[in-house]
Ligand binder design. Structure first.
Ligand SMILES: Nc1nc2c(ncn2[C@@H]2O[C@H](COP(=O)(O)OP(=O)(O)OP(=O)(O)O)[C@@H](O)[C@H]2O)c(=O)[nH]1
Length: 588
């Protein structure tokens, strides 16, 4: 079994370690003159000089009142890191979450997210870890800070490798390696790449990635990582069935393992030694090494592999009871390991399904929104079209009403014109007669009186013949104007034809009618029309008939008025003659 796959705790521990080492170590600062520098310098001491880190952190917490809001958030990050270091995971998680949600400092929130991811993996909170990994992966393209990016890339690589996503894990590690700016960061990134390849069973003794990582970590003087990579080589010898080479290398790096004082490497070296010794048949030495491992740690992957070595040795030597005891212990720890692998895989798959579902829901929601927006646009367009139709309808209605109004007006005008004489604009014969008839009917009902007057211009032919037809027309118009001046609105006035006119004087006695008719005659006589300096005059004869003689019979009235007119002409013209009173015409 490759060492990376059996050793989650070991890997997560050094990823966190690598993340913390990213912070530049500087000179010691004894007092807080510049809080920004002091904060940065304190965090850089976290792994290189932990007691001093604690001392400075305490001072910073004492002086918290002097810090700005942003400095307080950075102090909170150091407090969270310390809580994580002390295995107070609930406290560190609460602090990291608070920074992620409320710090308002994007770079600090990203840094906290990356560190929290490493903690969630370490504490086996896989669903939360993979959800956070998903968010970090989405956030990664927007992260500009090189150190925060590397921390995110390393943690993503680790968590994805442990979820069985080797391709992605290797890809993230390669990106981190490409972006590595310093010797140390090259070492961490190259080591991460080796870890990913090893977990995916893709690492060989001659893999260039392994040589590159060893060189990078040796050059950068990161002994813990150099030793760790040498242990990887030992493991590859073991897997390749070369236990002697494995033991030789273990002997060579033993001083470094001791000098580093890194417990995980010590345990790893012991397990590998036990396995190699067992492989060459040195059971006693193998037993001793394996027992040293279980003495140091009771649970986890190292004791599991140690128990396996012990079980095989006891079995080989026929110590059935001891073999069974070790076997049970080995199986229990192996089951725990396999369970953990399953939990990781299921957690990763569940998170991916959840993310997919969320994406689908978001897509479906955005589709619904688009549909809603289209519907709203359509509704707005329909409303606009309806308004347009309404406006058009209104315009059509107004136009129709206007057209009808004009039609009616012109109809009325035509009707009025059809009632009038074209030359003089008084009633024409037909309308005059019908109006006289209607008025007589009204008068008859209330026993009113009326006088019908027929007027005929004298020798009008002579005027036409002498001065022309146009002068004759002028004379006709002037005669009408002069006559109208002696009529009331209630009286009816019409042109009966040629130079002949009719008047109905309403509610007039015989005497009053005679007076009015004579005034009209005089007015006509006084009418003058000028033509090229020549003054043209005219006279008229009139015949009257009365309702007191004819009753309200139009025919009788016409006949009597006509007869009276005839008599006026015969009598010498330019005069008014009344119709018979009981048949006797009276001459005015
Ligand atoms: N200028 C003009 N002349 C008209 C019009 N209508 C009829 N006349 C003329 O009026 C004249 C009427 O002539 P007559 O019927 O002989 O009557 P008169 O000449 O007036 O003679 P007495 O009625 O007997 O006095 C004719 O010459 C017609 O041509 C018109 O609208 N305009």
């Amino acid at each position: 079994m490759p060492r990376w796959s059996r050793n989650l705790q070991r890997w997560t521990a050094w990823v966190a370690f690598a993340s913390s080492l990213c912070w530049r170590a500087g000179l010691a600062v004894q007092h807080i003159a510049d809080p920004d520098t002091y904060l940065e310098q304190t965090q850089s001491l976290a792994t290189v000089d932990h007691p001093r880190f604690l001392q400075q952190l305490a001072l910073l917490n004492q002086e918290a009142a002097r810090l700005t809001s942003d400095q307080l958030w950075r102090l909170r990050y150091s407090n969270a890191w310390e809580a994580m270091y002390e295995n107070d995971y609930p406290k560190s998680e609460a602090l990291f979450q608070d920074i992620i949600r409320h710090a308002g400092n994007r770079a600090l929130a990203d840094k906290a997210s990356a560190t929290l991811l490493s903690q969630l993996m370490l504490t086996r909170h896989y669903p939360e870890a993979f959800e956070l990994a998903d968010r970090l992966a989405a956030r990664l393209p927007k992260v500009a800070d090189a150190e925060v990016r590397r921390s995110m890339l390393l943690n993503l690589s680790q968590s994805l490798a442990l979820a069985g996503q080797i391709d992605l894990a290797v890809q993230y590690a390669r990106v981190a390696l490409t972006e590595a700016a310093s010797g140390k960061s090259s070492c961490y990134s190259a080591a991460s790449l080796v870890a990913g390849l090893s977990l995916g069973h893709r690492l060989k003794l001659d893999s260039p990635e392994l040589q590159q990582a060893i060189q990078a970590c040796t050059a950068a003087k990161v002994p813990v990582f150099s030793t760790d990579l040498q242990l990887t080589v030992v493991d590859l010898y073991r897997l390749a069935g070369q236990p002697h080479k494995a033991l030789a290398l273990l002997d060579r790096i033993a001083p470094s393992v001791e000098a580093d004082g890194y417990a995980a490497n010590k345990l790893e070296a012991l397990v590998l030694r036990a396995q190699a010794l067992a492989a060459i048949g040195d059971d006693d030495a193998a037993r001793k090494a394996a027992q040293a491992v279980v003495a140091m740690q009771k649970t986890g992957d190292w004791p599991r592999d140690a128990y396996e070595v012990l079980y095989r040795i006891e079995k080989k030597q026929g110590h059935t009871a001891a073999a069974l005891d070790y076997y049970e212990k080995y199986v229990a720890l192996d089951k725990a390991y396999l369970d953990d692998v399953n939990v990781r895989t299921v957690a990763y798959e569940t998170v991916q399904q959840h993310v997919l579902l969320q994406k689908l829901e978001t897509e479906s929601l955005s589709r619904q929104n688009a549909l809603l927006r289209m519907r709203q646009t359509l509704d707005a367009k329909t409303a606009e079209t309806n308004r347009l139709y309404l406006a058009l309808l209104l315009m059509a209605l107004v136009s129709a009403a206007l057209w009808m109004f004009r039609l009616k007006r012109s109809q009325l005008r035509f009707k009025k014109l059809s009632h009038l004489d074209g030359l003089t604009a008084i009633f024409n014969r037909q309308h005059f007669m019908s109006e006289v008839e209607r008025t007589l009917r009204l008068l008859e009902r209330r026993a009113g009186t009326a006088c019908l007057v027929f007027i005929d211009l004298d020798h009008f032919k002579h005027i036409n013949d002498t001065y022309g037809h146009a002068v004759g027309d002028d004379v006709l118009r002037q005669v009408v104007v002069a006559s109208k001046q002696h009529l009331r609105p209630v009286d009816l006035f019409g042109r009966l034809g040629g130079e002949e006119f009719g008047i109905l004087l309403v509610e007039c006695t015989r005497t009053q009618s005679m007076v009015i008719a004579d005034r009209i005659r005089l007015a006509i006589e006084e009418t003058r029309v000028e033509d090229d300096g020549v003054v043209v005059g005219v006279s008229a004869s009139a015949g009257l008939s009365f309702t007191d003689a004819c009753g309200h019979d139009l025919q009788c009235l016409c006949k009597e008025a006509d007869a009276a007119l005839y008599r006026a002409k015969r009598g010498g013209r330019n005069r008014v003659v009344a119709g018979a009173e009981y048949g006797c015409p009276v001459e005015a």
